[in-house]
Each structure stands twice: as C-alpha cells, then as structure tokens.
Design a binder for this molecule. Sequence first.
Ligand code: GLC
Ligand code: CA
Length: 554
Amino acid sequence: MSKSIGLSKDKNWWRQAAVYQIYPRSFADSNGDGIGDLKGVTSRIPYLQSLSIDAVWLSPFYPSALVDGGYDVDDYRNVDPKLGTLADFDEMLAELHKVGIRVYVDIVPNHSSNLHVWFKEAIASEPGSKARSRYLFRDGKGVNGELPPTDWVSHFAPSAWTHESAMGGKHNQWYMHWFAPEQPDFNWDNREVHDEFLKTLKFWADRGVDAFRIDVAHALKKDLSEPLRNLNVFEGLEERGAKGKGILADRDEVFAIYKEWRNLFNQYDPPRVAVAEANVHPERLPLYASTKTLGQSFDFRFIDTPFEATAYKESVQDALRLAAKNKSSCTWTLSNHDQIRHATKMGLNPAVDRRSWMLTDGTSHPLDKASGTQNALAASLFILALPGCTYMYQGEELGLHEVTDIPEDRIQDPQYLRNLKVDKGRDGCRVPLPWKKSGTSFGFGTGSAHLPQPNWFGDYSVEAEEKDSLSALSIYRKALEIRKGLVTEEKLKWHKTGNSSVLHFSRPNGWHCITNFRAAPIAIPKGELLISSHPLQGGKIAAGTTVWFKKEKK
Ligand code: GLC
Ligand code: CA
C-alpha cells in the first residue's frame, strides 16, 4: 500500500525535481482496449512512488483524433473519453498528491486540432469573420488564389498552408499549420485566444494541477505583417539564430503572453510553474525560463550530446552559465516522446546516421543493446547528480530500447506518414510499456497494445527487472531514492581526473559523481560509495559507469 505523505510546502520544489514523463496512451491500460488511460496511471501509483520521483508530466490526454498522438487537441478542458473522465483525472491527481507526487499537464497553445469547436466554426464561416480571425486564414496567390500564400514549410507536411476545401470549407482561403494540416495554428494577435488559454490554465490550476509543460512555446507569435514574407527554407533553429528575429517563431513578442500567464501562476499558493518546450538557440532559453515568464525551459542539449567526457562537460558548463542568467534552475533530459530512446543511441556506433538506420528497421548497423543500456544508465546517474531538474521519459528507467521495426501499416506518427517516408517517426519510443515478462501486451493491459510490442520487451519488463538488483530499474530506484536525501545547493565543482575520458564533480555537501566514459578501469577515491551504475571491476570503475560517493567535508 502506498503511504500518504502529501505535498511538501516548498515553493521551489521544481528547481531540482526529478520529473517523470508519462505518455498516457502507452503507460497502462485499465480496460483492455489497447490504449493506456488515466485509471491505468492511478493503478500504477505504487510503481511511480517506488521511483521516488517528485512529479509526473502527462502528455496530452485531451479529446483528440490522435493525428499527432494527442498534440492535436479538440477540447483543452476535458479528458478524451478513450482515456477516462474528468472525475478519473481528479482521482488520479488526488492519489498522486497523497503520495507526494506533483502533476504537470501539457498545454498546446500554438495550434488546436481541426476538430476544435473554434476551427469547425471558422471553416464554416466567411473570410474576414470573427471566427476565422482566431486562426491564420489568408487568401492564396496565383490568378485564382490557387497557390499557398507563402512558401512556409511545416514540420510534418511539405507546406504550412492547406486550402480550406480540404477541411470542408466552401471559400477560397488557405490556413496555416506549422505541424500537420489537422493542427491549425492559432492567431495570437487575437485577444480572444489569450483569454481562452488563460481560462484553460486556470481550469487546471484550480483543479490542483501544479505545473504546465508548454508545447512549442516559441511559436505562438509570428511575423504576420503584410505582405507575408517568403522564407526559402524551413525556418529552423539555425535560421532563427540568437537574435529573436524569426518569422515563424522565437520572437520577443511571445514573452508578453508568458508574462500574463505568470501573473496567473502567481495567484496560487504555491505559485504554479511551467516549463517551456522551446526549440531555440540556447542563448534564448533564459528568456523563456525567466521568473517573469514561464520560469523554466527544457534544455535539450544532452539528447544530442555524444556520450563522451569533453562534450558532456562542455554541455554542463554552458547550461549552468545560461541558467545563471535569470536565476532559473538547469534542466536535464536524455529522452522524451519525440526522440529515439537514449539507450539505443548509446548502443550504436556514433558514426551511424540514426535516421537512415531507423528507416532500415534498425538492420543496417548492429545495435549493442547491453552497452547501450549500460551507457544510458551511466548518463542518467551523471545528470541526476547535476544541480537542477531532471526530466525522464517513461521506460528509460527500464533501460528500454527503441522499437525500430514497427511495420508500416501500424505506424501512427505523422512525422513518418507525411514526410514522404524519409523519417521513420517517433512511434518507436511510444510503444506501450512492458510490465510483465510475458502474456497479453506484457501486462500493459488485458487486451492488445495500440502499437506492436516486440518479443524482447519481456526482458525489459518491470517484473523481470524488479527481481534483479543490477537491472536498470533497480539502479534507477536506488539512485532516485538516495538523490532525495542528497539534493543540495545548486552548485558544482569540477575535480581534476588526469584522464580525458573521465569526469569528476562534486556538490557542496560532499556528494561526488565520477563517470568513466571510455577509459580503462579507474580506482575509486576514498569515501562512502553510494551507488554504481554498473558493478565495479576489481574494485575499479570501468568504462560506461557512473558512481556516486560521499566524502565528509574537511
Ligand atoms: C511538440 C511535441 C510533439 C508534437 C509537436 C506538435 O514538439 O513534443 O510531440 O508533435 O509539439 O504539437
Ligand atoms: Ca484503455
């Protein structure tokens, strides 16, 4: 039985929290329909508690046709009937709070779905109408308006514009969508849109939600001055640079929105917090993470940092420097629902082009699963010891690998379906979790799983790993438990190691962390050994291992 401990009173709980991301459709299925649901989450609270996490972040569970895994929201203030009800949400929240786990919900303010009542109204209305002004409708180019208004490219489809006729519109306009056509972008120059989102944030905050993850937080404000300008390329991070001069994203005007949100957050006790998913130049991150705006932003650099000492150290130094700019805390993350699982990345030769490899169903180059999981654990213990907040993704605590061979007819992700099949997409990290060694859907539910689980999933199941004190799950549990007692001032000191493949840092309370990336086994310094991500070899720290130890301060 889970023990009731309630929430701490600490207003700064988020600064160094361990946050666990739940992708609700793939976590646990309570009614056997193959789709994970909120009651499934509630049923697994003892498991979440066994991870000693401070919070969970739930990816969208709102009504949605699932064109983009739920990031196409039909109704921001409701629960998808496939996933449960608002009463199920309240129950889940209350039960999580009882055991001291806070809750983040995902807010998707850049776009709704095409099934949102506002978009349906817009499509049915006249050009120039109030209903259309909530989205980005424009006349097309060409003699009869048969060409899109600009050359803007979307993330998923070739063009960021779709003619309204595709959605049943009877006029001759185009609407903009930075993602799939079923994800029309809101017009954030319209006050009504601001008010609607304040209402949504208040709705969840009043229910007791502690924090928000803000989807594509950089894209709300665009340069819509007429004539709209062509871009010639997909406007990515490189094109936008560090100046806040993007056309489609990362414009300074966006912060006025977040200042309004901050005023709302501060009306709560403790103040609500938010973390920005802002895919921007690192120098811009502090603007999103300011105490006057969202308070925190994801720093995704470890997702692409090679598992290598110099690169890891540089990443840490730079992130610390940026966080110091606005007194926010650092955030560390190795995986999420958009990325190839990091155990897999770390088990592949770094020279392999992962995108092409995925397109061959993971057959073009060998994957060393054992060393991938081992390095992944070493990386996790490294980032868990750093000052700041860690965001983990469901399944990484099992050392789980990417599913690379989902058959084409089972793929759900528009990143694959819309990208002319040049990208295998993100379903491989969204396959329902294995809870049991065998049986229907490996214990995910009593029915099947909405994405196919491979046979090897059982070896990574909670059931299998729980019995093994050296498994990824056992190491995570132990590390997260002791981390709770170790979290201290947000400072770090590097120690010389005399080895370019070994990093050693400590925190002000004598908590030390050493990672041997690729070197021959190294001796372990004097002190109390707290945990090792991989068994010591002859008393030494082998390559692909992180150890924590405690040294009393002199
Ligand atoms: C974010 C989400 C991703 C989604 C996109 C569009 O990047 O993490 O899953 O596809 O936004 O909402
Ligand atoms: Ca279900």
